[in-house]
Design a protein around this ligand. Structure first.
Ligand SMILES: Nc1nc2c(ncn2[C@@H]2O[C@H](COP(=O)(O)OP(=O)(O)OP(=O)(O)O)[C@@H](O)[C@H]2O)c(=O)[nH]1
Ligand SMILES: [Mg+2]
Length: 262
């Protein structure tokens, strides 16, 4: 999977008038990039942090996250690109801080936070390609300039690298499941986290009541009919990749409560 290099991002930010960092509101702590934020500051650019996928959390949770990050001295808005919620406000907000015309906005952030979707929502039509799972066809591979309206341009960028951190952080930050040599440990860590934050997440997604992550993978493989041909044991690797994909598709749904941060 091709991601943006820090050098390319620095160049893109340098050439832009405003920087929008897109964050996944399900887990803002792990999908914010301090390095990107520092880069924007060092280059003296106006930065707006956009918490996306607000349709996946209760309104109160979205409000709280916005207030926490605002309290750290950032401009913050939350939106749902999918439901076009808050996108008109975002559009006005960017125009307000850009002041001059023409201007361009660099849209940056970790993979799969919804950068391309936000650009499409602001445009009112497609243009930037999108995809649900890291590395699946449709992810942004190179920077692309898109017109929102006359004099208002947005620059779509690939997800930032490196997608670092242990499990399950790297998954949450958009590491491609296809790139994992062994998807089981990250899926186990992700399931643990899911059950911790939403005890009913697994039952809702798969109709499985079990709470042991490894056992959940076995049951899911059995349910879907995934077996090793020779040994007839459940193919848990396939179940593990499914769990990871389902986090990205928000079929396996949980979010980190803002109280966690305070
Ligand atoms: N529920 C929900 N899903 C969203 C929202 N915005 C984007 N998505 C979904 O998130 C996935 C990733 O969206 P993209 O716009 O491709 O994300 P991206 O940040 O451009 O991804 P890369 O180009 O791979 O870095 C897609 O499946 C979108 O449909 C949203 O507001 N709510
Ligand atoms: Mg994209």
């Amino acid at each position: 999977m091709e991601l943006a290099s820090w050098r390319l991002l620095a160049r893109t930010i340098k050439n832009a008038d405003v920087v929008v960092e897109v964050v996944d509101i399900r887990d803002p702590i792990h999908t914010r990039s301090r390095r990107l934020e520092q880069m924007a500051r060092a280059l003296d650019k106006d930065l707006v942090i956009v918490l996306n996928k607000a349709d996946l959390v209760p309104r109160m949770v979205a409000d709280k996250w916005a207030r926490i990050i605002e309290g750290q001295g950032y401009d913050v808005l939350y939106v749902s690109a999918r439901h076009r919620l808050g996108t008109r406000v975002l559009r006005g907000y960017i125009k307000h801080i850009a002041r001059i015309k023409p201007f361009s906005v660099a849209v940056v952030g970790y993979p799969k936070t919804g950068k391309s979707s936000i650009i499409n929502a602001l445009r009112g039509r497609k243009g930037a390609s999108t995809s649900p799972i890291p590395g699946s066809p449709g992810y942004t591979k190179s920077i692309q300039l898109l017109k929102i309206e006359p004099g208002f341009y947005m620059i779509d960028t690939p997800g930032v690298i490196p997608v670092e951190g242990g499990w399950p952080e790297a998954i949450i930050r958009g590491r491609s499941p296809e790139e994992l040599v062994d998807p089981v440990p990250p899926a186990v860590a992700l399931l643990e986290r899911a059950l911790h934050y939403n005890p009913r997440a697994v039952e809702k997604a798969y109709g499985i009541k079990e709470r042991d992550p490894y056992r959940i993978l076995e049951l899911l493989a059995e349910k879907r009919g995934w077996w090793y041909k020779k040994t007839k044991e459940p193919l848990i690797e396939e179940a593990a990749r499914t769990v990871i994909r389902d986090y990205h598709k928000a079929k396996l749904l949980f979010y980190v409560p803002p109280e966690e941060y305070l």
